[in-house]
Structures are given as structure tokens and as C-alpha cells.
Write a protein that binds this ligand. Structure first.
Ligand SMILES: Cc1ncc(COP(=O)(O)O)c(C=O)c1O
Length: 350
């Protein structure tokens, strides 16, 4: 068990904050049909004339069952992106505190830090996009409050070694945010069962990837109660709208479909990787635990533009640290992947 005191880690202003109470926070359904005259809503009934459940109880109950974690350890946000910023607001004093990121990494950590006036320490990954072996010796050198680890990593697609990540969580004197946005594509690697063991571990997952619900903007955060309470303190009231809550609840009832789709996507990924290795201008296909593949090509701008001309959009990741001449390809439907393979064949023959 980590010795970190979460309250000491948080900003004083947050510890002292008395949060806004929404009108519905005090209302506990007791089986009676209540007359709701508390929130200045329009009383004429439509599907949406009432505010949504501010605490998203039904949705959290459902997530709690699926993830085998109690409601009190779950926080919901407007996509994972929102919670990165909320965590910084809780733990990092603008202008004073700093976070750690490990480039190449997901771009939003740096952007959120900049928006919040928080300093950034970058510890680069090695040439294999893994942590250096001495990583645990340096993570406490900057007095950092939070570190962000996408697991699997984006844009590279690989998971870091499990024992390395666990060692980092054990040794780091701040919060470790393990961003498991792509976890359904490498389910056995999730750190969720370790939430009970490490007080400084925060896990984020999302409805945007394997769940197929990027449009509803819903992110899930799992952490100990102290951190969840702080997140609840500073979030906007009614932060998850009714449509999102309802749609997510329906989706959670159909996890078999999600598993089936993830399997198909992984099969398609293997097929794509097989083809990518055949083309001369593709110099390296990086290992992937996610639903995308990073490749190194001879000239990324040229190959990117050739694909655009053939109506195929991939991501040019070349401006990221250590990713010169790389492209990131999302695994699509079989028909889309076939078109990509044909396009790459044509490019190869030019
Ligand atoms: C590692 C990682 N985390 C988070 C996100 C964003 O998640 P959300 O759509 O829930 O904000 C992405 C999206 O690309 C991602 O790659």
C-alpha cells in the first residue's frame, strides 16, 4: 500500500472548497411520485425537460457490475479528455507544479497542462518506445504531482512492461494516471484490479474506442474514494447529459457485441500487419496492443499525401518525438482495409 496522503497532494483551495449542490442532490427517490418544483425547469413534459441525474446512479451501477468495482470508486466525465484537466486542477498549483509525460505520447496531456498553467517534464521513451531501465530512479527528481501513462500508448500502439509500470506506481510520490483508452483491445493487461492496492493509481477508460460511442463523449475514471470525491467536488453540476447516460446504459447491456467487434478488429489488424510488411517503402511496422498500427515509411509527407489523393486519411505522426517518418493507421472495416491495401499496392508500384 502506497504511503501517499492524497489530501496533502491536493491544492489547499480544493481541500477547502465547498462544492455547489445541485437541486437534485438532496432528492432521494422514495417510491413516491414527487412534485419537482426545485430547479426552475419547464414543467411541460418532454423527454428532456428535467435535468439529468447529477450522480449518474443507474449508469454507475451498471459500470460497477461490469468492472467489478464499487460505485464510490467511479467518476464520469465528458470524455477522458475532461478528467485529465480536472485532475490537474485538483493537484497542480498553476505556475508552480508540474506533471510528467513520456514522449511520444497522447497530445492532450501537454495541451491540458498548458491551458492550466502547469509545467511539463518530458522523460522520453527509448528507441523501442519503452521506458528506460533506470526510469524509477528519475521519476521523483522533479517533485511532480501527476504523471500520465497511456497504456497502450498512443501514437505508438504498444503497452509498456507490466512490471515496469507497477514499479513506477509503487515508487512515484505523486499520482499515476494510467490511461487505458484502448484497454478492450488488450483486456488482460488492465491495471483495474490494482486500484485497491495503490492509492495513487488513477485509471481512465473511455466509450470512444472499442465501445464504439465516440459521439456521446463519456469517459470513466476509477480511483480510490478520496480522489473521486475531489473530482465530484470540482466537476460542473449535471456534467453528464441525459442522452449520454441513456445511450451508455443501453450499450453496457450489449457488451457481447463490443467483444465481438473488438475480436474482428484485432483479426483485421493482424491481416493488415501481414500486408504492411510486404511493401518496400514501409520500413517498420511497430507492435500494437491497440486498434491502430504505427508504421515507419521512407517519406511520411509524400506517402500521406498520396493516400489523401486516393481518399484515405491516416494520421501523420512524424512531428512527435522519436516518430520521424511515421504514419498511424486506424484499423477499419474489412472493406476499408482492403481499399487501403490496394492503395498501398499502387503506391508501392509507382
Ligand atoms: C490515449 C488516449 N486517451 C484518451 C483519448 C481520448 O478519449 P476521449 O474520447 O474519451 O476523450 C484518446 C483518443 O484518441 C487516446 O488516444
Amino acid at each position: 500500500m502506497s504511503k501517499i496522503n492524497i489530501k496533502d497532494l491536493a491544492r489547499k483551495v480544493i481541500n477547502d472548497l465547498k462544492p455547489y449542490k445541485t437541486a437534485r442532490d438532496e432528492y432521494v427517490e422514495n417510491g413516491n411520485k414527487m412534485i419537482l418544483l426545485d430547479a426552475n425547469e419547464n414543467p411541460f413534459q418532454t423527454e428532456f425537460n428535467r435535468y439529468p441525474d447529477p450522480n449518474q446512479i443507474s449508469l454507475k451501477n451498471s459500470i460497477s457490475k461490469i468492472k467489478a468495482i464499487s460505485n464510490s470508486k467511479i467518476f464520469l466525465s465528458n470524455g477522458s479528455n475532461e478528467v485529465f484537466s480536472l485532475l490537474m486542477q485538483i493537484f497542480c498549483e498553476p505556475g508552480l507544479d508540474n506533471i510528467i509525460i513520456f514522449p511520444p505520447t497522447f497530445g492532450m496531456y501537454e495541451i491540458s497542462a498548458k491551458i492550466n498553467g502547469i509545467n511539463i517534464n518530458k522523460i522520453p521513451l527509448n528507441r523501442d518506445f519503452d521506458f528506460d531501465t533506470d526510469i524509477v530512479n528519475i521519476i521523483n527528481s522533479f517533485n511532480s504531482k501527476i504523471m500520465f501513462i497511456p497504456y497502450p500508448n498512443n501514437p505508438t500502439g504498444n503497452c509498456f512492461s507490466e512490471s515496469h509500470v507497477e514499479m513506477i506506481i509503487k515508487k512515484f510520490n505523486g499520482l499515476v494516471v494510467l490511461d487505458e483508452a484502448y484497454v478492450e483491445f488488450s483486456e488482460d493487461k488492465s491495471f483495474l484490479p490494482r486500484i485497491e492496492k495503490y492509492k495513487n493509481l488513477v485509471i481512465t477508460q473511455t466509450f470512444s474506442k472499442a465501445q464504439g460511442m465516440a459521439g456521446i463523449r463519456l469517459g470513466m475514471t476509477f480511483a480510490n474514494e478520496e480522489i473521486i470525491e475531489m473530482l465530484n467536488k470540482i466537476r460542473a453540476p449535471y456534467n453528464i447529459n441525459s442522452l449520454t447516460q441513456r445511450t451508455a446504459l443501453l450499450k453496457l447491456k450489449n457488451q457481447e457485441e463490443v467483444k465481438k467487434e473488438a475480436k474482428i478488429i484485432l483479426r483485421e489488424k493482424d491481416r493488415l500487419i501481414g500486408h504492411l510488411k510486404e511493401f518496400n517503402f514501409i520500413q517498420k511496422v511497430f507492435p500494437s496492443d491497440a486498434n491502430f498500427i504505427l508504421i515507419r515509411v521512407d517519406n511520411s509527407s509524400k506517402r500521406y499525401n498520396q493516400l489523401i489523393k486516393m481518399n484515405i486519411v491516416v494520421r501523420n505522426t512524424s512531428n512527435q518525438f522519436g516518430c520521424e517518418n511515421t504514419l498511424r493507421i486506424t484499423v477499419g472495416l474489412k472493406s476499408e482495409n482492403d481499399k487501403l491495401i490496394n492503395a498501398l499496392k499502387k503506391i508501392n508500384e509507382l
